[in-house]
Design a protein around this ligand. Sequence first.
Ligand code: AP5
Ligand code: MG
Length: 211
Amino acid sequence: MCNVIILGSPGGGKGTICKKLLKNFEFTHVSTGDLLRSHISGQTTLGLKAEKYINEGKLVPDDLVIGLIQQLKTDKSLLLDGFPRTLHQAFSLGNVMTIDSVIALDIPHETIINRLSNRWVHAPSGRTYANDYNPPKVSGIDDVTGEKLTQREDDKPDTIRTRLENYQKQTAPLIEYYKNNTNVHFQIFSGTESDVIYPEVADFLHSRFAV
Ligand code: AP5
Ligand code: MG
């Protein structure tokens, strides 16, 4: 098992890079954001607790998210998108599995604010579109199901700012944590274009292992 973490600011392209990686590598993709949103739309107990944090741009409390990860069952390597996001989550993860590599995406915040206000999603599947970067074939409609696209509640400009501030305070310390962990292969990928960053990420993973 070669478990990989994708770390990066909200809207930094984690989901976009993961989608590309899944075409070339055998991973189980785990986005805690997507899992939480499916709990919210299913109105589960967890979803009802998580919703207000997400809509306010705050992190969901550690115990709720860690519980979600502990329920995962897969025999493939994991591609962890958006988990861990606090040092406490990272310590808990270290107790249940080995992490082989950490990919840290470093994208300027101005780029992120523009992108997120332009993002449309197909909520049931988590498929993401941007009007300029990867527009749907028909405006406002999901390519696969023909269903309507929506905007995420937390993609409002004020909430995006709160998410970025919380990222700096709570998640950015993970960069130093993994950089200093000699058992983990860590690399930062900087830039503004996922299409330019992706081949570098793929080379890094190919050089690490064949999955
Ligand atoms: P989550 O869903 O993970 O949101 P996030 O981290 O804020 O990141 P996003 O999914 O918004 O962005 P992304 O990095 O995937 O970027 P994307 O590829 O879409 O989490 C949501 C919430 O859930 C959190 O705020 C928190 O409340 C809670 N949560 C989740 N995990 C948690 C945890 N572990 N602990 C506690 N709480 C947790 O790209 C962004 C946009 O850019 C897209 O529109 C895309 O199409 C576009 N784009 C990508 N590349 C390009 C390009 N080259 N040019 C132009 N546009 C591009
Ligand atoms: Mg995402």
